[in-house]
Design a protein around this ligand. Structure first.
Ligand code: IMP
Length: 424
């Protein structure tokens, strides 16, 4: 049985959790493959609203094994809090499996990110301040601590000692902060170790065996293509790779296992944090999208920047991820606009770009070229099939699929499961 990938096509917050939820019935394993507790989705469990940042939302289904694969950076304190939150509302977290190869977010990562973002001043990236960049930085520099290090206190202490020697010099001499002590960190992390032990597994083998047994595996990304460290709007990106290619590296499977690559896209665009956003609307249109779409970050509560659908970045996302289909979310938010703008290309330095310009300065200078489509007034939230949508809404969807060159398989018109409408 094949694997499917759920990938964000914009700057994150496209509604990936919703797609996972929609597909959950047919899945046996749901695997989170990158990022950390910088992502977040709100879920409704047993009548309670929960915010999950690390654990895939598949945890709500008793038939699903939830997996955190190698490429995720894990703050063990946050992970345990999430597990406790689930248990408190009657959701059993025992089917969560975590790779021992995951790198951990350490207290000095949080501390360092706070001071470096401050140091950058007006050039700050606007990160979520969860220690994501510093943790991935240490991974690449090969001085990171992995979850498996927790299970040998001597090794853990030695590695921590090496890392802290350098971190404390930076914290105290460069940023005038107090040093962190090895002992306190060891005490905390050894407590985490005991609780995490039953959840640690060789997740690559687990996923491989599930596929061999004919089970369905969903690989779930966090953030989105335009926040990808290599393929996004560097340096205004996250420190991992949300694109499909990394799903394979993190899960530890080959490309031939993947059958579907589902690109999640909002019917408009949002972005949190700094960086270029050609279709951003600073006027009443953007304001209205933000209000009706309740565009506030799940993790930081920050107001999201809002703008119009951008077919240029979607074509790019289709290309770099190998999308087989699109899952369009939040179409209901567009009701009531007399016309809807859709960006079909960019203009920069006198040239027209049908694709994302590969040069950063050109992308910063990109002006959207819009096409205006007819809007509709009807409330879409009651639609239960594509046929229930007004003609203008269907024409809007047809035009998006045409511009991107990828078929739309599902359209959602609200947070409920019954509001995800199969389109093909
Ligand atoms: P970091 O991932 O915390 O290092 O933040 C880097 C950039 O990615 C910032 O602009 C964040 O706002 C953005 N970012 C990180 N995670 C998310 C997410 O889940 N949704 C939207 N933006 C995100």
């Amino acid at each position: 049985m094949p694997a499917s990938v759920v990938v964000g096509t914009q700057w994150g917050d496209e509604g990936k959790g919703k797609a996972t939820d929609y597909l959950a019935d047919r899945m046996d394993l749901v695997v989170r493959y990158q990022g950390g507790n910088n992502a977040g989705h709100t879920i409704l469990a047993e009548g309670h609203t929960l915010k999950l940042q690390l654990i895939p939302s598949g945890i709500l289904y008793p038939h699903i094994t939830s997996v955190i694969a190698d490429g995720v950076v894990v703050d063990p304190r946050v992970l345990l809090e999430e597990m406790d939150g689930l248990a408190a509302v009657g959701v059993d977290p025992s089917r969560l499996m975590v790779s021992g190869n995951c790198h951990m977010i350490m207290p000095y990562h949080l501390e360092l990110e706070k001071v470096t973002e401050r140091f950058l001043g007006k050039n700050a990236l606007g990160t979520t301040k969860r220690g994501i960049g510093p943790a991935y930085g240490d991974k690449a520099a090969r001085i990171g601590l992995r979850i498996q290090d927790l299970f040998d206190e001597k090794i853990f202490r030695e590695k921590l000692d090496v890392a802290l020697r350098e971190k404390n010099l930076v914290l105290t001499r460069v940023y005038g902060r107090l040093p962190l002590t090895v002992g306190l960190i060891v005490d905390d992390y050894m407590r985490y170790a005991e609780r995490l032990r039953p959840h640690i597994a060789d997740t690559s083998k687990l996923i491989h065996e599930a596929l061999r047994e004919g089970k369905n595996v969903l690989l779930e990304g966090a953030q989105g293509t335009m926040l990808d460290l290599d393929k996004g709007t560097y340096p205004f990106v996250t420190s991992s790779n949300p694109v499909t290619g990394y799903a394979l590296a993190s899960a530890g499977i080959g490309p031939r296992e993947v059958e579907r690559v589902i690109g999640i896209t909002k019917a408009y665009v949002t972005r949190v944090g700094a960086g270029p956003f050609p279709t951003e609307d600073h006027g009443p249109g953007g304001e209205r999208l933000g209000t009706l779409g309740q565009e506030f970050g799940t993790v930081t509560g920050r107001k999201r920047r809002c703008g119009w659908f951008d077919a240029v970045i979607l074509r790019y996302a289709a290309r770099v991820n190998g999308l087989t289909e699109l899952f369009v979310t939040k179409l209901d938010v567009l009701s009531g606009f007399p016309t809807l703008k859709v960006c079909t290309s960019y203009r920069a330095e006198g040239e027209t770009f049908e694709d994302v310009p590969s040069n950063q300065s050109l992308f910063h200078a990109a002006e959207p070229v819009y096409e205006e489509l007819a809007g509709w007034d009807e409330d879409l939230t009651g639609a239960r099939s594509i046929e229930d949508l007004p003609g203008a809404a269907r024409a809007y969807l047809d035009r998006l699929a045409d511009l991107v060159g990828v078929p739309i398989s599902v359209v959602s018109v609200g947070p409920g499961r019954e509001q995800s409408l199969p389109a093909a």
